[in-house]
Design a protein around this ligand. Structure first.
Ligand code: MG
Length: 316
């Protein structure tokens, strides 16, 4: 299914962008654009400033796609991708990828070789790593909720042998530790710009507890706190999350009321600042562009992009 590319609206301000607070960092004369389409279920957005391209996972089609910034060309970056889901960039600019089918987290080296960073914990296979981010100290944090082994559509069916943990992996030593073990289905995760806070999504599906954003204090590789930062998303669910340089929190939302498909933006004190409404359920998002002021959103079969009056925090 190919949807038309281009702007969703031809007037400014874009009526698909809903400001609820004057602090919402919208760019008044910028609108939402559909920049790629024709995929099956998009996830795992990551932008590479050195190459001027954006990658994402088209999970059911078992491939990672690439969009070139200079002319908008879309092509296959990697297939098969082992049903890759979340992607991130490490501090050296290398691609970090969560793979459902192979139940591992990998790093793509500058020469294209793929290094397995982790595929088991305490002798048991990981479930199906979902999303990943990189801390200011270079540690790799990822979630392992197990969605990717529940069927044949986004991986292959298998039994979970580990709880749905959040892990911290030291890529220097290869040592992984459980960072959080009290989630039902942990999903997206993002550090604040200073690295002092980590926001983690509790997905929230009908029989799997509420959709929430939880906020942890991150110190020396360990988490504390974990209070609910935002909730009230039911019956919708949450997936990916990112932060910006002003401390705002951006989360992907969808699956219930079509009018609520898109992105929610919160201030650091928890106020809902605004919403970006998309015509498809949004799974994930990331900042990118040469100035890191463009929000890329993976939603259903398409990729949407929007310039904002703010820059991404760590831009990973
Ligand atoms: Mg996810």
């Amino acid at each position: 299914m190919a949807l038309p590319l281009g702007p969703l609206a031809t007037t400014y301000p874009d009526p698909n962008i809903e400001a609820l607070d004057k602090r919402f960092p919208r760019q008044q004369n910028a609108g939402i654009e559909r920049i790629a389409t024709g995929c099956r279920w998009n996830e795992g957005p990551v932008y590479f400033p050195a190459g001027g391209y954006f990658l994402w996972s088209d999970i059911p089609n078992n491939r990672i796609m690439r969009w070139l910034e200079d002319d908008g060309h879309v092509s296959v970056f990697r297939a098969p991708s082992n049903y890759a889901n979340g992607n991130a960039r490490d501090l050296q600019g290398r691609l970090i990828t969560c793979e459902h089918e192979t139940r591992r987290v990998t790093r793509t080296e500058p020469d294209g070789a793929v290094t397995i960073l982790i595929d088991q914990f305490e002798g048991k296979p990981l479930n199906a790593p979902n999303d990943v981010t990189v801390a200011p100290d270079g540690a790799i944090w990822f979630t392992d909720p197990g969605f990717g082994i529940e069927g044949e559509y986004e991986g292959h069916r298998a039994a979970a042998e580990l709880p749905p943990n959040v892990y911290r992996l030291d890529p220097q030593t290869g040592r992984a530790t459980i960072a959080a073990d009290d989630f039902l289905r942990p999903n997206g995760l993002a550090f604040s710009a200073d690295g002092a806070a980590l926001y983690i999504i509790e997905t929230g599906l009908a029989d799997r507890g509420p959709a929430q954003i939880r906020k942890f204090k991150a110190d020396d590789g360990k988490l504390s706190g974990g209070a609910i930062f935002a909730d009230g998303f039911a019956p919708g669910i949450l997936d990916g999350i990112r932060t910006d340089g002003q401390g705002n929190i951006w989360c992907a939302h969808g699956w219930a009321d079509p009018a609520e498909n898109g992105v929610h933006c919160y201030s650091p004190d928890g106020a809902l600042l605004g919403k970006i409404h998309l015509p498809e359920p949004c799974a994930n998002l990331c900042f990118g562009g040469p100035k890191q002021n463009r929000l890329f959103m993976t939603a259903g079969t398409s990729i949407y992009a929007l310039y904002l009056n703010v820059q991404g925090a760590l831009c990973l």
